[in-house]
Design a protein around this ligand. Structure first.
Ligand code: AMP
Length: 130
């Protein structure tokens, strides 16, 4: 069965898209640690990020770099943090989180509750910077 993220790529489940190319897709995390928290995934379904082919994981980071720069431009922060967990969704993904301090990367923090309008606005703001 396809992962929830493959279903997002296929357009079967809605997402707040930030960017995409032939191989990768970036969209807002639905339970964000901060405004601008984005997930970058390969369109090819692979569970564990370190099972990706060398070229694929390298290209994924080049794509994530573009997205991270756009996040920083849209949501000024000290740096955009990168994290890989993958304990919940078995489809490789990179979390990109704008950080004002180290504690913004604590995944045990309470998540922001945003309205659909807010999510849409955030995604558009980042997309504009790409
Ligand atoms: P993890 O696998 O531990 O890295 O966590 C999966 C992440 O995916 C969590 O931060 C979730 O909030 C996020 N997530 C799960 N389902 C969706 C979805 N349909 N749209 C956007 N983000 C999602």
């Amino acid at each position: 069965m396809a992962t929830i993220f493959s279903r997002i790529v296929a357009g079967e489940i809605p997402s707040y898209k930030v960017a995409e190319n032939e191989q990768f897709y970036a969209f807002l995390d639905i339970n964000p640690l901060a405004k601008g928290h984005t997930l970058v995934i390969p369109k090819r379904e692979v569970d564990y990020i370190f099972d990706l082919e060398d070229e694929e994981i390298a290209a994924m980071h080049v794509f994530a770099k573009k997205v991270a720069k756009a996040i920083k431009a849209a949501f000024p922060c000290i740096k955009v943090g990168e994290a890989v967990l993958g304990l919940e969704v078995p489809h490789a993904h990179i979390h990109l989180v704008p950080m004002q301090s180290e504690k913004d990367m604590l995944f045990t923090n309470p998540k922001l509750k945003l309205t659909p309008e807010e999510f849409k606005e955030i995604a558009e703001k980042i997309t504009k910077e790409i």
